[in-house]
Write a protein that binds this ligand. Structure first.
Ligand code: TYM
Length: 328
């Protein structure tokens, strides 16, 4: 079984961008892959300064992973919190010492976040090295992420190669160099305003909203002013892009919707109604599961305990090898 690792920041309500770019891949991969899926709490410390908010968000991400369909009852599915696996921070230091500063200077996420007003801490600057430690410590074959995280996985690959080159022989590397996996039909999912869907842009769609609010939110998606009767280009429309990312590009419903756009006599309001119905259908089970999980904190704790145990076992071996390699 190939091994998969990925994680999300507990920085607020998860949204369709997280689902389409990342979580859908986790759910699809879990049947024939060993899964390590975690909550990137340390990463969220770069932006969240309220302890109660962080604590609540962390629990909510775990509940949402399970609600979206990650099945922690499968013996090879491990869900854990970053702070329960301390080897990650030690690995971060070992990797920091082989990371040229110029490589961090090039990371676009840092510049984007500072431009958005997030304070330019050292933690924010070296964020990709912590991410590299999350990944390399578990030695995965595949890292499924959304398009916006591709650069971080490239940095991770580069750091693994630098470390191996400096400290290990080619036939016995310390770190496995993982492959990135990005869904072609998700891309960077746009939000209500057509920009990247992101909590910090206030343009998200939360699939767990009550029905009425969900519909109201979907109706806010910005579209152009092409009249109802005229043919439209689905590829240029946000509602279509979101529909395709959830149903899948190959799905008959997506092909049918594209045909309706092109035929004309089909307005953006109709498309939004189709998206609303798709979401209710697609996330019906997730919405029910979430309600039940909210009432069962004991189960969530048990999932986290066993996930951390597995992750610690794997990470401690990789860390030991890395420590020995550098001379500690
Ligand atoms: P985060 O929390 O910003 O996002 C979590 C996942 O959701 C994807 N995503 C999107 N995909 C498509 N369209 C969008 N609009 C969209 N918004 C978010 C992200 O690409 C990501 O896969 N640094 C990471 C968390 C992290 C991590 C890791 C990921 C920490 N360590 C190790 C993988 C491996 C982050 O901030 O993701």
């Amino acid at each position: 079984m190939k091994r998969v690792l990925s994680g999300l920041q507990p920085s607020g309500q998860l949204h369709l961008g997280n689902y389409a770019g990342a979580i859908k891949q986790f759910v699809d991969l879990q049947h024939d892959h060993e899964m390590f899926v975690f909550v990137a709490s340390y990463h969220a410390l770069t932006t969240i300064k309220d302890p109660a908010e962080l604590r609540a968000n962390i629990r909510q991400v775990v509940i949402d992973y399970l609600a979206f369909g990650l099945d922690a009852d499968l013996p090879h599915v491990n869900i854990y919190l970053q702070q329960d696996v301390p080897a990650v921070t030690e690995l971060t230091w070992l990797l920091s010492c082989v990371c040229p500063k110029s490589q961090m200077d090039k990371a676009t996420t840092y510049k984007d976040k500072v431009a958005k007003g997030i304070s330019a801490s050292v933690g924010l600057f070296t964020y990709p090295i912590l991410q590299a430690a999350d990944i390399l410590g578990v030695a995965p074959d595949i890292v499924p992420v959304g398009e916006d995280q591709r650069q971080h996985v490239e940095i991770t690959r580069d750091l693994a190669q630098r470390f191996n080159h400096a400290y290990a022989s080619e036939d016995d590397p310390v770190f496995k160099v993982p492959d990135v996996m990005v869904r072609a039909d998700a891309g960077v999912l746009p939000g209500l305003d057509g920009e990247k869907m992101s909590k910090s842009y206030g343009n998200i769609i939360d699939p767990f909203l009550p029905e009425k609010k969900l519909r109201k939110t979907i109706m806010k998606i910005v579209s152009d002013s092409t009249p109802m009767e005229e043919p439209k280009d689905p590829e240029a429309d946000t509602t279509f892009k979101i529909f395709r990312a959830i149903a899948g590009a190959e799905d008959q419903r997506t092909t049918d919707l594209a045909a309706q756009y092109r035929a004309g006599n089909f307005g953006y309001g109709h498309a939004k109604q189709a998206l609303f119905e798709l979401l209710l259908d697609h996330f019906g089970d997730a919405r029910e599961r979430r309600e039940k999980l909210m009432q069962d904190p004991g189960y969530v704790e048990q999932v986290l305990r066993s996930g951390a145990e597995q992750a610690n076992e794997v990470l401690s071996k990789v860390l030991e090898k890395a420590r020995t390699a550098v001379g500690l």
